[in-house]
Design a protein around this ligand. Sequence first.
Ligand SMILES: [Zn+2]
Ligand SMILES: [Zn+2]
Length: 434
Amino acid sequence: MNFSSITGCCFLQKPVIFLLIILPSITFSQEEPYVVRNTTTCVFVRSNHDINSTSIACLDPGTPVTVISTFPFWREIKFGNNKHGWIAKKFIEPATSVPVSTDLTIPDTAFLTIHFIDVGQGDAIWIQTYDDLIDGNGKFEGRSIIIDGGPDSTNLPNALLSYIEGVGYHGADIEALILTHPHIDHYNGAKAILKHFTVKNYYDPGYPSDNITYKNLIRRANGELGTPKVEHIHIGQANFGSINWGNELKVEVLYSWDEAANHPLGSATNTKENNSSIVLRIQYGDHVFLFMGDAEGKNREDDALTPKYVEKILLTNDSARLKANLLKIAHHGSETSSTLSFIKAVNPDIVIVQSGRKSFGGTFLPDNTTLKRYCDNNPNVKIYRTDQGDAEAHLSEAAAVDKDNIIIRSNGKGQIQVKAFQGGHIFTGNFCNN
Ligand SMILES: [Zn+2]
Ligand SMILES: [Zn+2]
């Protein structure tokens, strides 16, 4: 399917239908031999990649199956006497051990997909790596990574949870949940992710916070609140280790709070917490994606000439590492970030703003002055926002959402594909054109 050719008015009325269209199942000519994992019960095979679809069979552990296609969190299989159906991906494994592949060429069809989900005032990002249908060869493993969870603490309608559950199911594997910093517009919704999915790795800068709801998030990750414990909890940069989401990706934490470094990170508590943010760089082929959390570069009243705080640290450490095709702008596009030398170093083609309708003493984010600096740097920059049209639509609450989602796809070369929405309909403008 040609991603850029998907248009039309009507397919967004149900998120599930929408996701089916943007996440086509991927079919391969080679049929891979798998077996049902050693589970305690039989595993259901369903008529579709949907937990509510009809169950066709229940396969015992060790049953041989062949994999013929994939959909996020699911695999289509053949089993028994040429029967077809869908099984949860996590319940099958290759029949024999698979050698690690050293060929890291990215086929044209191997898309990395990143969803920036409209959660109102806050960040929520779902990254999916490509799935080559061969588990254990070290590349293209079809992993899901979540950065932040937005402000909505409910199970539903929590926009991030609803979005992913549109294709997933309770208990599906999430390779990593990254909490950039302990602010409620980033962690509250993440609680639902811990509740509903099997999170293998949890990352957190470890900045000390007395906030009780944040502390409960950590307790939940530790399995103290009735959900399964996260397999590996990485709190504090020293415990991050090297991150491997498949050898086709280079993943680096460019910055995270480090108590020992004792960097100047501002005086206000809020500023210091923002400046604890994990800053993540992901490279896929020729494309670099930079995720800033709420890291800051100045005080609101300062001019944009002199970087401070995290931007200063990043620029001093290795400014060349900042060059990125796509930037998830820091701190919802606040005037407290995006100094001129930082913008020049990143020089993005695409800027993503995650924001909503929360009044900070009369100020709504993003600040237009911040966005203008990106346009001044490059008049052709494309700026997409998860609060697109929200003021005009009179959205008035921090957690109010109306599906201004942004989906990007990259096969590591050429142009990054962008599909942006306003109120659930295709949006083709951008800030610099307005
Ligand atoms: Zn924030
Ligand atoms: Zn923050």
